[in-house]
Write a protein that binds this ligand. Structure first.
Ligand SMILES: [Zn+2]
Length: 456
C-alpha cells in the first residue's frame, strides 16, 4: 500500500519536474511491478517465518521445557509439536497455492475473463455486477474446498479434534451458503448502488452503512444466526452459576444470560466467549470447556474475558476497525477512478465510464473485488503491529483476572487449555512476534502465580 500511496503523492506533487527514467513508466506497469514485488516479498517473509517455526518446534520436540515438566507429559508435548508441525507444513502449501490463485485472478486475467463473460451473458447492470461478486465467491470457495476438507477430516481427525461427520459438514456448508446469500447479496447490492448513485463521496456513505451493518450483526449474530448452527442452553450447574454471577457482580457486569454451547458437536477444541452490547451481554461457555476445567478455573477464564471489557479492548478494537475501514473505503474511492488500477492488475475496465462518466458498464464490482484481493498483499507487513497490540491486551486481561479471581486457577486453566488444544510450548520467538495474537504459554504463566500440579 505504501508503494501506491508514495506513487500517488509523487505524481500529484511533482508532475512538472523533469522525470527520471523510472518515473516515465506507465502507472499501470508501476502498479503491476509493485504488486508482484510486494507479493514475492511477502511470500518470502511468510515462508521464512514458517520454516523458522518448523525448525524451532522440531528441535524442541524431544524434551518438555523445564518449567512444564511437572504438568505436561512428554507424550502431550510431542503431540503438540507434531500438530504444530503438520499445520505449519500445510500452511506452506496453502501460501503457495494462495499466491498462484491471486496471480490467476489478477495479472493472469481470471477476473477479467469472468467479467467479460458475464457481460456477454447478462449485459451490463446491477444483475451482472451481483453475478460477478457471487461467481467470484463461489469459485474461490470451490478452490479452497480441498484444503478445508483436508484440514477438518485429515489433520484435525488425526489429532482427535474433529467431531464432525461429513453429513454435518455438508449441512453447515449449505446453511452458511444460504445465509451468506440471503444477507450478503442485499448488502452487496446496496453498496454497489451507493457506489453508482451517491456521487464522489459514495465511499463515506458506504462506510457508514457498512459500519452500521457490522454493529447490527453483533446483536443479530448471537441471538439469531449462531443458534442455527449450535444449541445454546442456559447454564444449569447451580454452584458454577453462583460463582460466575458473584464474579460478574464483583466486576460490575450484568449479563442477560449464561449459556452452554454444544461446541463438542464439531470440535474438541475448548473456548468461552462474551458477546453483545450493553444490557444484552451474554456469556457463552463451550461444553468442552466446562468438561475440561474445574469451576474455579472456569471462573478465572471468565475473569480474563471480563478484563478485556474492563480495559476497553473490545471498544478499542472496534474503533480501530472503524478507522481502518474508513481509510480503506477512501482509498478504494480514489483508486476506482484510476484506469491504471484496473489495467495494472490485469483487468479491462469499461473506459467510457471512467473518461466521460457515460454509463456503459459499471466497474464498481470489479473495483471492489480487485481491492479486496490486492490489499492484503500490502498489509501483510502490519502483522507484527496488530499481533503485538493483541498480546499486550492479553497480558492486561490476565492481570485483571489475577486481581478478580485466583491467578493460580488461571495458570492451571491456561495450561490445561494449551495442552488440550495441542498448542506448542516452544514456538519460535520471531514467529510469535508476527502471528501470535495470544502470548505463548511460557510468557503468560511467567506472570501468574505457580499453578498447583493437577491431581494425578
Ligand atoms: Zn484474551
Amino acid at each position: 500500500m505504501r508503494a501506491i500511496v508514495a506513487y500517488a503523492l509523487h505524481s500529484r506533487v511533482m508532475p512538472e519536474l523533469p522525470v527520471a527514467p523510472s518515473a516515465s513508466l506507465p502507472p499501470s506497469l508501476i502498479l503491476t511491478l509493485a504488486f508482484a514485488a510486494t507479493l514475492v516479498l511477502g511470500l518470502l517473509l511468510k515462508f521464512w517465518l514458517a520454516s523458522r517455526q518448523i525448525r524451532h518446534v522440531a528441535r524442541h520436540r524431544s524434551a518438555v521445557p523445564a518449567a512444564f515438566t511437572q504438568r505436561i507429559t512428554l507424550e502431550a508435548h510431542q503431540k503438540a509439536a507434531d500438530y504444530t508441525l503438520v499445520k505449519a507444513r500445510f500452511s506452506l502449501l496453502e501460501m503457495a497455492l494462495g499466491a498462484a490463485v491471486l496471480l490467476s485472478w489478477t495479472v493472469l486475467g481470471g477476473l477479467d475473463a469472468l467479467n467479460q463473460w458475464l457481460l456477454q451473458a447478462l449485459g451490463s447492470g446491477m444483475g451482472q455486477q451481483l453475478a460477478l461478486l457471487a461467481a467470484f465467491v463461489l469459485i474461490s470457495s470451490l478452490i479452497d474446498l480441498p484444503a478445508t476438507l483436508y484440514q477438518t477430516f485429515v489433520v484435525e481427525q488425526r489429532f482427535g479434534f474433529n467431531q464432525m461427520t461429513p453429513r454435518l459438514w455438508l449441512g453447515d456448508l449449505l446453511k452458511s451458503t444460504l445465509i451468506g446469500a440471503l444477507i450478503g447479496l442485499p448488502i452487496a447490492a446496496l453498496i454497489l448502488w451507493l457506489m453508482g448513485a451517491a456521487g464522489s463521496l459514495w465511499w463515506l456513505w458506504a462506510w457508514a452503512f457498512w459500519m452500521g451493518f457490522n454493529l447490527l450483526l453483533m446483536v443479530v449474530y448471537p441471538t439469531f444466526i449462531a443458534p442455527l448452527f449450535n444449541k445454546f442452553q442456559p447454564l444449569e450447574d447451580e454452584s458454577l452459576k453462583a460463582r460466575v454471577t458473584a464474579l460478574m457482580q464483583r466486576c460490575g457486569f450484568a449479563a442477560k444470560g449464561l449459556f452452554v454451547m454444544d461446541g463438542s458437536r464439531r470440535s474438541a477444541h475448548a473456548n468461552a466467549y462474551f458477546t453483545g452490547f450493553g444490557a444484552a451481554k451474554r456469556v457463552v461457555f463451550y461444553d468442552t470447556l466446562l468438561r475440561q476445567l474445574s469451576p474455579s478455573e472456569v471462573e478465572a477464564v471468565l475473569a480474563h474475558e471480563l478484563g478485556h471489557f474492563k480495559h476497553r479492548h473490545i471498544l478499542r478494537r472496534m474503533a480501530l476497525l472503524f478507522a481502518l475501514s474508513l481509510a480503506g473505503f477512501a482509498l478504494l474511492g480514489w483508486l476506482m477512478a484510476q484506469e491504471w488500477f484496473y489495467s495494472g492488475l490485469g483487468v479491462r475496465p469499461s473506459l467510457a465510464m471512467l473518461v466521460s462518466g457515460v454509463p456503459t458498464a459499471s466497474n464498481d464490482a470489479l473495483a471492489l473485488l480487485l481491492f479486496l484481493l490486492v490489499v492484503p498483499v500490502f498489509t501483510v507487513f502490519l502483522g507484527p503491529l496488530f499481533a503485538g497490540l493483541s498480546r499486550r491486551d492479553e497480558f492486561q486481561a490476565d492481570a485483571y483476572a489475577m486481581a478478580q479471581a485466583d491467578g493460580a486457577d488461571l495458570a492451571s486453566a491456561l495450561l490445561t487449555l494449551y495442552q488440550d488444544n495441542a498448542a506448542t510450548l516452544t514456538p519460535d520467538p520471531v514467529y510469535v512476534q508476527f502471528y501470535y495474537s495470544h502470548p505463548p504459554a511460557s510468557a503468560r504463566l511467567a506472570r501468574l502465580p505457580a499453578s498447583t500440579p493437577s491431581p494425578a
